[in-house]
Design a protein around this ligand. Structure first.
Ligand SMILES: Cc1cc2nc3c(=O)[nH]c(=O)nc-3n(C[C@H](O)[C@H](O)[C@H](O)COP(=O)(O)OP(=O)(O)OC[C@H]3O[C@@H](n4cnc5c(N)ncnc54)[C@H](O)[C@@H]3O)c2cc1C
Length: 326
């Protein structure tokens, strides 16, 4: 069946695609048999970014680079993308679930009058047609959906799909199509950057520390952040901690929070409820620290410490400091 799989690039606003694009391009390549192209709408691309997209497997990059594309506004991006779709007829359009794309991709589907599988967690080609799996009813059920017509449009949940194998030196052909850029309906007023904790971002980090109800209060997260700074880890939380108002919702790991798949997950005072595991069980190495030897998290942990986290965390921080300063 003709037509490429398009991957709409999410970048770091500094000219580099985000790590999640490796998962989107990887999955699109597996499904399309290598007919994968990236569409990059940005005010600032970079050679390094284009190289990265090629090495992840994009054969072509449709580069739409213009100052008018920043900051993101759906009413500017969607018609531009729709115009390109009308000209090039891709078979599928994939984007990661990010705050921009979870807004833009459904608007694109509505404009094109085609279906959307939002927050997809799996795909399969059944004959000549794509079938997507997505959670429904807050993750209690998984539903399989198909499309009545192309392009098949979907958003992909981060940290679920296997990243692309890096093909060093492979380059993508870069096309700069001319498109009509509509005027923005919204005026940009002010951008406020969040005060950075200096720690990596939760869904991008290779090491994640999670604090649960066992942390006893918001003031105690400083000990996890200190450990995080020593080992270069992001600090997340369970829903119990978020519901108690100890951490903002964007730090929640689990079924109704973020899905993470770091190389190392360290859970402190987290019992290991099924909904928490749903967001971290694919972590490569799981370490649990809990004072209750019967806590369910020990069933999936590779390593465990039965003990009081308020004694264990400072000890670990001290030992890691010694080790890493050597
Ligand atoms: C529809 C639905 C969606 C949900 N989504 C999510 C989700 O996205 N993410 C999520 O996390 N949960 C989610 N939950 C909630 C989930 O069921 C659990 O209630 C929650 O994960 C429990 O958080 P916790 O492990 O921090 O708390 P608890 O289950 O109360 O566990 C606290 C643990 O800390 C240990 N502890 C206490 N003090 C110490 C100490 N000093 N040292 C060491 N250990 C100590 C205790 O032994 C205990 O095991 C969801 C629930 C529902 C119904």
């Amino acid at each position: 069946m003709a037509g490429a799989f398009w991957c709409v690039v999410e970048d770091d606003r500094q000219g580099l695609p985000k790590k999640v694009m490796s998962e989107v391009i990887g999955e699109a390549s597996r499904l399309s048999g290598g007919q994968t192209e990236a569409v990059w709408i940005t005010d600032k691309a970079s050679e390094a970014g284009l190289k990265q997209l090629g090495e992840w497997g994009a054969t072509k990059v449709w580069l739409l680079e213009n100052a008018a594309f920043a900051p993101y506004r759906g009413e500017v991006w969607v018609p531009v993308l729709a115009e390109l779709v009308a000209k090039e007829s891709p078979r599928a359009i994939f984007g990661p679930v990010t705050s921009r794309q979870r807004e833009m991709i459904p608007r694109l589907a509505a404009k094109l009058g085609v279906g959307l599988s939002a927050d997809s967690v799996a795909f399969a080609m059944e004959g000549d047609t794509l079938v997507a799996t997505r959670p429904v009813y807050a993750g209690k059920l998984l539903s399989k959906v198909g499309w009545a017509k192309t392009p098949w449009i979907a958003t992909l949940r981060p940290n679920v799909f296997r990243p692309a194998d890096v093909q060093e030196g492979k380059t993508a052909q870069v096309e700069r199509p001319s498109v009509t850029i509509p005027p923005a309906a919204m005026k940009f007023a002010e951008r406020r950057e969040e005060v950075s904790t200096g720690l990596p971002e939760l869904t991008e980090a290779e090491t994640v520390i999670s604090g649960g109800r066992g942390m006893k209060g918001p003031e105690n997260y400083v000990i996890l952040e200190e450990l995080g700074r020593v080992i270069g880890a992001a600090v997340g939380a369970s829903r119990a901690a978020v519901d108690a108002g100890w951490r903002p919702h964007r730090f929640q790991i689990g079924q109704t929070g973020r899905t993470i798949s770091p190389k190392l997950y360290l859970g402190f005072g987290v019992s290991g409820a099924i909904q928490h595991l749903a967001g971290m069980r694919t972590s490569k190495v799981i370490v649990a620290i809990n004072k209750d030897p019967e806590a369910p998290i020990f069933k999936i942990a590779d390593y465990g410490i039965v003990g009081d986290l308020f004694e264990v965390v400072p000890e670990l921080t001290k030992e890691f400091k010694k080790l890493l300063e050597k």
